[in-house]
Write a protein that binds this ligand. Structure first.
Ligand SMILES: NC(=O)c1ccc[n+]([C@@H]2O[C@H](COP(=O)([O-])OP(=O)(O)OC[C@H]3O[C@@H](n4cnc5c(N)ncnc54)[C@H](OP(=O)(O)O)[C@@H]3O)[C@@H](O)[C@H]2O)c1
Length: 309
C-alpha cells in the first residue's frame, strides 16, 4: 500500500504516503529520513520553516549513497512566510540546504507575508511581541511568483498549503497554473470537507497533514478509531493513516522512531462501514462545534477556515 500513488494535474505521480519532518529534531531527522527511504518511503515532506532541511539533506544523501535514486523519490518543500515576496530565493535556499537541484513540489506554506526585513529570518516580531506581519500583502501576488518557478526547472510542480475554500476562491480566478496540491490539516476530527470537495472539483490534490493529531497522537483514543483498529487487528495509527486512501489524498506521517516509521507503511483498506463510522464521527463533531484543529500558528490572521473565522 505504501507504493500506491495518485496522479497530479501536472501528470506526475505522487505517493500516497510521505514522511513528515516538522519537529523532527536535530540529531534525529537525518536518521529518520535515511531509514524511511531505505525502508521504502517515496515522499519526504520538508519546509524551510522547520529549520532542519540541512539535516534532511544529509539523510537524503545517505539514502542516495545506499542506492535510492533521486528520480524515484518525491521531495516537497515550502516557501516560508518571510519569503513570499522572494519565492525563488526561498526555493534556492531550500535546495541548497537539501543538497538537491530540484524539488518535485514547492508549496506556499501559509498565505501571508511576514516582514522580510524584520528582526528574524523566520519569525520576526514587533516590539510588543506580536508577529511582524505585512497585512497589505495579497497572497495572489505570491502565487504569481510561484508560477514563474516552474520554468526554472527548480521545482517540477507548485501548490499551496493551508488554503481555505475562501482563499482558493480568491486565488483560482487569477491562476494561470492551477495549484497541483493543497496541503491541509486533515483527519476525522477535522475533515475540512468543503476544501476537499472544492479541490477535487478543481483537480487539486489534497495532502493531509497532522493525520495522527500531531504531537503525541491525540486521536489514538477516539472511539471509532479504537473500534476499527480492534476490528482489523491493527494500531489506531494505522486506521488514522489509512482513512486518507479512500478519500484520494496523500497522507503525511511524522516519526523519528524507526519502528513507527516502519509500522506507518502498513496502510490497510478500510471498508464502507469503517468509513461511515469515521464520517459519522466527523459529522457529530461538526454539529456539536467540537472539531479539533491542532496546528494553527498565532498569526492573528483570518485565513477563512469556518472553525476559526
Ligand atoms: N503545511 C503545514 O502547515 C504543515 C503543518 C503541520 C504538519 N505538516 C507536515 O505533516 C507532517 C505530519 O504532521 P505532524 O508532524 O503535525 O503530526 P502527525 O504525523 O500527525 O503526528 C506525529 C506524532 O505522532 C507520533 N507517531 C508517529 N507515528 C506513530 C505511531 N505509529 N504510533 C504512535 N505514535 C506515532 C510521532 O512521534 P515520534 O516522532 O516521536 O515517533 C509524533 O509525536 C509534518 O511532519 C509536516 O511534514 C505540514
Amino acid at each position: 500500500m505504501a507504493n500506491k500513488t495518485f496522479k497530479l494535474n501536472t501528470g506526475q505521480d505522487i505517493p500516497a504516503l510521505g514522511l513528515g519532518t516538522w519537529q523532527s529534531a536535530p540529531g534525529e531527522v537525518k536518521e529518520a529520513v535515511a531509514y524511511a527511504l531505505k525502508a521504502g518511503y517515496k515522499l519526504i515532506d520538508c519546509a524551510y520553516c522547520y529549520a532542519n532541511e540541512e539535516e534532511v539533506g544529509q539523510g537524503l544523501a545517505e539514502a542516495f549513497a545506499a542506492g535510492v535514486k533521486r528520480e524515484d523519490i518525491f521531495v516537497v518543500s515550502k516557501v516560508w512566510a518571510t519569503y513570499t515576496t522572494r519565492c525563488e530565493l526561498g526555493l534556492e535556499k531550500s535546495l541548497q540546504k537539501l543538497g538537491l537541484d530540484y524539488v518535485d513540489l514547492y508549496l506556499v506554506h501559509w498565505p501571508l507575508l511576514m516582514n522580510p526585513e524584520g528582526n528574524d529570518d523566520r519569525f520576526p516580531k514587533l516590539p510588543n511581541g506580536e508577529r511582524d506581519i505585512i497585512r497589505s500583502h495579497n497572497h495572489v501576488d505570491t502565487w504569481k511568483q510561484m508560477e514563474k518557478l516552474v520554468a526554472t526547472g527548480k521545482t517540477k510542480a507548485i501548490g499551496v498549503s493551508n488554503y481555505s475554500k475562501r482563499y482558493l476562491e480568491q486565488l483560482l480566478p487569477h491562476a494561470t497554473i492551477v495549484p497541483a496540491v493543497n496541503q491541509i490539516e486533515n483527519h476525522p476530527a477535522l475533515p475540512q470537507q468543503e476544501i476537499v470537495d472544492l479541490c477535487r472539483e478543481k483537480g487539486i490534490h489534497i495532502m493531509a497533514y497532522s493525520p495522527l493529531g500531531s504531537t503525541g497522537g491525540p486521536l489514538f483514543t477516539a472511539e471509532p478509531v479504537v473500534k476499527i483498529a480492534e476490528k482489523h487487528g491493527v494500531k489506531p495509527a494505522t486506521v488514522l493513516l489509512s482513512y486518507h486512501l479512500p478519500r484520494g489524498s496523500t497522507v503525511l506521517a511524522k516519526s523519528v522512531t524507526p519502528e513507527r516509521i516502519k509500522e506507518n507503511m502498513n496502510l490497510i483498506d478500510l471498508d464502507g462501514e469503517d468509513m461511515k463510522l469515521l464520517n459519522d464521527y466527523s459529522d457529530k463533531l461538526t454539529k456539536e462545534g467540537k472539531l479539533q484543529r491542532f496546528v494553527y500558528p498565532p498569526f492573528g490572521v483570518d485565513f477563512g477556515f469556518p472553525d476559526k473565522s
